[in-house]
Design a protein around this ligand. Structure first.
Ligand SMILES: [Fe+2]
Length: 258
């Protein structure tokens, strides 16, 4: 047995859907409730669905009983304030796990690279089930910011940079890619993040929205890449020294968000 995966998504690990007309919807993300949750950068989260319908954002496997990132429970008080966002998360008809809006403060390219991580969505997901992937629907208009994906955490030649204007819709295998968002600002970025179970429903949704993975990176000067790589190495070296002084080893980031 093995996991059920979407062929288009599995081919390259991401799919870009048609852009959504974000301006036609009310800005519901401004009215929902956020909780502090340190992730990749300076962030807060507004959960729409959580493990038990509480206003919290912890991984489902950290609850009792622990379970995989499926069967999220909608949070009534948030659903009431964000019906469009909830409808979009439910639109594929696939099983939804965690569903939340992230608020990310502006950062630097080097910080995004330092925060690259892989998600742990499929922890406890049984073999033969649908592979859990994540939808990223950009809500604020951040055309100069990028969803940054790398096959190899430290190899810039494996990097994919997808611009994030309002209405950008991307589905990513976040357990496969090292990922983080380089958000230039100046305002915070808001994005709806939904965990979906792969299967025929998600495949049909991707097809309806003309999913494609023929993306070409926007250009980025080699000097900018080199400087950021060097800065990341410097930060890791610094961190290793601090951890060694405390007698601890580097464990790396554990399932933060993008
Ligand atoms: Fe993530």
């Amino acid at each position: 047995m093995s996991y059920i995966k979407s062929s288009l998504l599995d081919e390259k690990g991401y799919v870009i859907l048609d852009r959504y007309d974000q301006a036609a919807d009310p800005q519901e993300w401004k009215n929902i409730e956020y909780v502090d949750w340190k992730s990749s950068g300076v962030t807060r989260f507004a959960p729409l669905a959580s493990a038990f319908g509480e206003l919290e954002v912890n991984g489902f496997w950290n609850h009792t009983p622990p379970r995989t990132d499926k069967d999220g429970v909608w949070i009534d008080s948030q659903v009431e304030k964000a019906p469009h966002l909830v409808a979009r998360a439910k639109a594929p008809g696939a099983n939804v796990g965690r569903c939340r809006v992230i608020e990310l403060q502006p950062n630097e390219y080097a910080s995004a690279l330092y925060n690259l991580h892989q998600d742990d969505n499929n922890r406890l997901n049984p073999d033969g089930a649908g592979w859990i992937v994540r939808g990223f629907f950009n809500l604020s208009d951040d055309p100069e910011s990028f969803m940054t994906l790398r096959q190899d955490r430290f190899d810039p030649t494996t990097e994919i940079r997808i611009p994030l204007p309002a209405g950008a819709q991307i589905i990513v295998d976040t357990q496969r890619f090292w990922h983080a968002v380089w958000h230039k600002g100046p305002e915070p970025r808001y994005c709806l993040i939904t965990s979906w179970e792969s299967g025929p429903e998600l495949d049909a949704y991707i097809e309806r929205h003309h999913g494609r993975n023929d993306h070409v990176n926007p250009p980025l000067a080699q000097e900018v890449i080199d400087d950021a790589q060097a800065e990341v190495q410097r930060r890791f070296a610094e961190r290793s020294v601090v951890l060694a002084e405390k007698g601890r080893a580097e464990k790396g980031p554990v399932d933060p968000e993008a």
